[in-house]
Design a protein around this ligand. Structure first.
Ligand code: TRP
Length: 334
């Protein structure tokens, strides 16, 4: 049997080039080698307040973007987390397994809450328990995630182990993070030391997957750089965060290694390199943008595809949830 993969992405609106090259793009080839479930995690999104109309729109936008990027409902299960209530239910069971001490160590909570922890939702605090439920509800063993989520996967393993131990079962498997070979870390166009992010106040700092061709070209043209021409060695490039970022983006969208990009462009100034990069980006992104727009025009078809995804996901999830509840001693509903 193929290894089962689960990954989730929050419906935070149209993904950026960073979300695409860093995560989504790596999900596509796994459809041919693994048994894949991909989930728009709306229950995770509401751990911080979402305007209802934004959540609704952004959930569809994210689903459309994932499809436009190459997820294929025939080859993977794509669904919305809240459509499969078993996520919330197993999440509750795990709230009763995970220890407060474990959650207190989560650095992401501390980063998100800052000095304001008292005023955060309790959902934000138990967020990692729900994430563990997402994965273990399918007994998935391989989880493509960024570095920032590795601590949550360790917690998920701690929960799985404690559950198995406390209830004397071998129900939940061990989870391994899957770090994609081609995952590119895309940085802000305004500061090569900061990750490209949807929450950056400047839209110039990022490329959104629905940006028009002109916007893409303009953002690249205005991207921060240094005055030196491109070097001919990776070692030299390492010292120049903005140059390194643009070379990395070029490599990712043209299917090359950064060294190959340098071999082709060494000695060029950014006046020459940026237009070439803008052209490559536009060539790569404009079909995705068009497909995303097409999908969002027919929300009935999109919603129907998501419903079928949820049905397939639930068919796997319900027996596993039932096993977990039986192990815990819940009276079966007969
Ligand atoms: N916490 C993840 C993030 O913010 C999203 C997520 C939720 C997830 N559930 C998951 C990722 C399960 C992998 C597996 O990026």
């Amino acid at each position: 049997m193929q290894q089962r993969v689960f990954s989730g992405i929050q419906p935070s609106g149209v993904p950026t080039l960073g979300n695409y090259l860093g995560a989504i793009r790596n999900w596509v080839p796994m459809q041919d080698t693994h048994d894949c479930l991909y989930c728009v995690v709306d229950l995770h999104a509401i751990t911080q307040f979402q305007k209802p109309e934004d959540l609704l729109r952004q959930t569809r936008e994210m689903a459309a973007a994932l499809l436009a990027c190459g997820l294929d409902p025939e080859r993977c299960i794509l669904f919305v987390q809240s459509h499969v209530p078993a996520h919330a239910e197993l999440g509750w069971l795990f709230n009763c397994v995970a220890r407060l001490g474990w959650l207190n160590r989560m650095t992401q909570f501390k980063d998100k809450a800052g000095k304001n922890a008292e005023n955060m939702s309790s959902g934000l605090y138990v967020y990692p328990n729900l994430m563990a439920a997402d994965i273990l509800l399918y007994k998935a063993t391989s989880v493509p995630v960024g570095d920032d989520q590795k601590q949550h996967l360790e917690l998920a393993n701690d929960i799985a182990q404690k559950f198995n131990h406390d209830y004397g079962v071998a129900l939940f498997p061990r989870i391994e993070p899957f770090i994609g070979a081609t995952a590119a870390r895309v940085m802000s166009l305004r500061d090569g030391t900061k990750k490209m992010s949807k929450s950056d106040p400047s839209d110039q700092s990022r490329i959104n997957l629905n940006d028009a061709d002109d916007d893409i070209a303009n953002k690249i043209k205005r991207a921060k750089t240094d005055p030196e021409p491109l070097p001919d060695s990776l070692a030299e490039l390492e010292k120049r965060p903005e140059a390194r970022n643009l070379v990395g983006i070029m490599a990712a969208v043209t299917g090359r290694e950064p060294a190959q990009v340098l071999a082709a462009h060494a000695g060029q100034g950014f006046g020459q390199f940026k237009p070439a990069l803008a052209d490559a980006l536009v060539a790569h992104l404009s079909p995705i943008r068009a497909e995303m727009a097409r999908l969002l025009e027919d929300t009935d078809a999109l919603d129907a595809a998501l419903r079928r995804g949820a049905e397939k996901a639930e068919a796997i999830a319900l027996p596993i949830l039932a096993e977990a509840k039986a192990a815990m001693g819940f009276l079966p509903r007969r």
